[in-house]
Design a protein around this ligand. Sequence first.
Ligand SMILES: [Fe+2]
Length: 544
Amino acid sequence: MNILGIHAAYTSRSHDPSACLIQNGKVIAAIEEERLNRIKTSTSLFPERAIRACIAMANISIHEIDVVVADGSTYPPLKDKINRSLVDSFGYSPPIELTHHAYAHCAGSFVSSGFDEALVVSVDGVGDQVATLICTAKKLGSSVEYKELYRGDITTSLGVYYSVFTNYLGFRSIEGEYKVMGMAAYGSSKHDLSNLLEFNPATGELVCKNNQFIDLENYTSVFEPSYKEKFIESLTGVRRPVYFSNGFQQEHFDLAASVQFQFQKTYLDLISYFLKKTGLKKLCLSGGCSLNCLANKELLGKPIDVYVMPAASDRGLSMGAAMYMASQTSQSVSPVQNMYLGRSFEPAEIKKSLDICGVSYTELSDPTIGCASAIAEGKVVGWFQGRSEFGPRALGHRSILANPQAAEMKDILNAKIKFRESYRPFAPAILESELNDSGLDNTHLPYMTFTVDVPSDLARKIPGAVHFDGTARVQSVSHDNSPLFAGLLDQVQHQNGFGAVINTSFNLAGEPIVDSPHDAIRTFYSSGIDTLYLGNFKLEKSCS
Ligand SMILES: [Fe+2]
């Protein structure tokens, strides 16, 4: 049976369309539309290219899809819109079903986790009128039984709360939340924001005591400015920065720390309450807020197993919708083994792209040796290998890599490629075997969904990848999870003495992560990347 999950960004607050194909209970392919059309977040777009890519990766036609399933069940016109779009693009529409946005988030997390029973939490901005959904999930044979414990609407939305302040600090919602998290390390939580949003343990509910910080009545798009400037200014005494990104004063970093503190407290209080209430020891998280890796750090210290859906935001809804449909129709779905679910390219295809672009290149038998040497020499390297990642993180298949042993590497990366704000950290990818003696309690962190406090011995080995507050969003890499990337880190270990690299996504600021060889070549020549390893082909700048 072929189930095609899609997230069609056709509703007013919708963004990040994607597609995912589950074939006979196995996730075969998943990819976001933005990777293919090169439009960041692809707001209001139908995932036509993503669907084409998925069915191509499965080597089937649209006629072999048994059912298309999308989130958006509280918006009945969506079915007709999807039908028309499929007929327009493919000349045919398979049967279409709709699922609830929050249940798609929950299913995406629970089914991909492989747990038999868990507390499942979805926390996001809003979708299908729900911003927070908490339920228990239990495998019953090949189906899954969900029992709902709590749902909160947009008036108590943790995602909207965070997005509004992200916007107030001068960033774009949906994309800028990581910047606020990065800023928080440089500030103190001086402002009490508990009168905006908190969790009440007496009632077991989220409480919004004052929604005056947001113009909810007229709030129709996640991208429109919705903060009430005068209210926030009078509440915090912090004026909105005029020249955002470069015009921050200490008060803005303090506001970011206050926003993070109140978010984190509310998020953790909510989760702790329902863990205690159910007695469950396994936890699945999803929804865009669960990508708050700083808050997730606190969960690592609890005596529970925590799984965060790697594509937790709306870009993962296609997978979640397909998994929800499968479990409701007694189609058992295998847990996801890794997130390398996008496109890959044969050597001949890569060579064709290189020849079309007319660039010079060298063909290698093994790119890991030269790449490790280049990293050891302090070069900034583009690394394009295998299938692209599904989700917001580059996990070593579409990555820019550098040496974390150099403390100044963060500044070099910012100057050459990323042009990012100085307060944003870069993350390390480390061989899982290297982490075993590092002093970290949890060494299996394959998806960059948790920040950890870096033990001092480890921090001395990777100064270029440790944040101002002594934390890092570590990716642990193993041959089981990522053989291609682990092979490179083995070489880095051999040459550098420690198997770790700085791993940042292969893209320029404001652009989607590269997907095709052509994207990689264009980004290479539009940036200060020194060397590009494109499959087994090596490209260098003539001046280097
Ligand atoms: Fe969502």
